[in-house]
Design a protein around this ligand. Structure first.
Ligand SMILES: *Cc1c(COP(=O)(O)O)cnc(C)c1O
Length: 461
């Protein structure tokens, strides 16, 4: 090393971005529009406003403005926990004996424990601006519900969270945090909605899925006065808000003269990876030099690596608009794995299109026990207990660094460390006592999910 680089690369408060970056404005092929489930016509802002806040519906459909100003109140809230540091993982490099330089952007330093607060605060702000009473949502692992509870608590909005039943049972303390911020938490499927009752009648022992919880939250929002539905991933608006991560990461790395060769993120619905890679993707789309992008997903829920690129519903109850995305089918219910935040059946339409076009270079599926092996090494050498979701990215960052060890290449690797593992101690317990298993769906399992992808005459058959 010629010049000693700091362990943590900080930005100042003034350097928090003032705009979100809208990658759609630069994409060569914009993704296919969301379709109205009744008419099969592209959704308009007017179609969306019964479900979504008006300003968020506009952001959802905005394919032209490259930069969207971050409202001052949102930016002020960001100052409570941002900029988040970029850390040079010196100790991990040393443990691996790799010539690669490894950097991670840590988003777990707020009470919600993940990057989801970046979008939650923006969405709550626009709901408040519109004069709404409250919002409904679903949560899988609990990070989104917690982030939204914090954001709603801050703006004095009511917040109803449908929490996937198996996660609610695995993580009872999440509920305590959400309630502290004033939210109501309902385990899903529940008997408080029609769609929940229907699913319970059909599958009495159902442990729930994100798709089902979404159906319940949407139904509750459209049937309650002054409420709208908000979502913590997948949507264009969420990727937009999360670009704060990538912009900060790029600015921090510029301070130490680093341009990453590889950018890695775990991919559930695609928001953290979409946000982390966005400003680098801008370089790629402009024909400049760009990193090799890798999306990492669990082998138990492999939407990019084994899914179909097709129009599908975003929920199990088939009440949401149709989105063109990599999907396992809205009826796919993954095994109750420990990476709860990565159990969604589909993938962000933006990431799906970028992957389809070869701009997002690679998707890799990894098995749970290998992920925890990486998490354990990381915790021991870097001193930080990572979330299981984030540990998917750690696994691949380690694998890439080990390749560099073989070839002697000094590549710079950047990955997103999206959250803390403090709420995932049941998962760590299972890993530590050897009861964790790797579940990989068979082709027949996947076929069952694909069978519920809708046939749309003239659009897809
Ligand atoms: C929700 C979550 C994810 C996955 O969601 P994306 O939208 O794909 O980013 C990853 N890590 C953590 C800690 C999460 O809470």
């Amino acid at each position: 090393m010629s010049k000693e680089m700091p362990y943590k690369i900080y930005l100042s408060e003034d350097e928090i971005p003032k705009y979100w970056y809208n990658v759609r404005a630069d994409m060569k092929t914009d993704h296919s529009p969301m379709l109205h489930p009744g008419t099969l016509k592209p959704m308009t802002v007017d179609d969306m406003t019964p479900i979504f806040c008006t300003e968020l519906a506009r952001q959802e459909l905005n394919a032209t403005d490259r930069f969207i100003p971050i409202p001052e109140e949102v930016r002020n809230f960001y100052k409570m926990y941002r900029p988040s540091p970029v850390v040079r993982a010196y100790f991990l490099e040393k443990a691996l004996g790799t010539p690669a330089k490894i950097f991670y952007k840590y988003e777990g330093g707020n009470t919600s424990g993940s990057h989801k607060l970046n979008s939650a605060i923006a969405q709550a702000y626009y709901a408040k601006e519109q004069g709404l009473k409250g919002v409904t949502t679903e949560t899988g692992a609990g990070q989104w519900g917690t982030a939204l509870s914090m954001a709603c608590g801050y703006f004095g909005l009511d917040c109803k969270v449908f929490m996937v039943k198996c996660s609610a049972e695995q993580k009872p303390y999440r509920k305590a945090v959400m309630e502290t911020y004033g939210a109501t938490v309902v385990p899903s499927p529940s008997d408080t909605t029609e769609v929940g009752r229907k699913i319970l009648a059909e599958f009495p022992g159902s442990t729930g899925s994100l798709g089902t919880a979404i159906s319940e939250a949407v139904e509750k929002a459209v049937s309650s006065d002054g409420y709208r539905y908000v979502l913590g991933s997948v949507l264009n608006q969420v990727i937009l808000h999360q670009t704060i991560i990538g912009q900060e990461a790029k600015a921090a790395l510029e301070k130490v003269d680093i341009y990453p060769d590889i950018v890695i993120g775990c991919a559930g619905g695609g928001s953290n990876l979409g946000g982390l890679m966005a400003p680098f993707m801008a370089d790629k789309l402009a024909g400049k030099k760009a990193p090799h992008f890798i999306a990492v997903e669990p082998a138990s829920c492999p939407s990019l690596t084994r899914g179909r690129f097709a129009y599908d519903f975003c929920d199990t109850g088939k009440v949401t608009p149709l989105a063109k995305m990599y999907t396992l089918g809205s009826g796919f219910i993954p095994s109750p794995s420990h990476a709860g935040g990565l159990r969604y059946h589909g993938m962000s339409p933006i990431l799906s299109e970028l992957y389809h076009d070869g701009c997002l270079d690679e998707a890799r599926a990894v098995e749970q026990t290998q992920v925890f092996e990486a998490a354990e090494l990381f915790a021991r050498v870097e001193g930080l207990l990572p979330a299981p979701e984030s540990s998917h990215a750690i696994r691949v960052a380690i694998d890439e660094a080990l390749k560099c060890k073989e070839t002697g290449e000094e590549k710079s690797i950047l990955f997103g460390l999206t959250g803390t593992g403090y709420f995932d101690l049941a998962a760590y317990t299972a890993y530590n006592n050897g009861t964790m298993t790797d579940y990989i769906p068979s082709d027949e399992d996947l076929e069952r999910g694909f069978a519920c992808i809708p046939k749309l005459p003239g659009i897809q058959d």
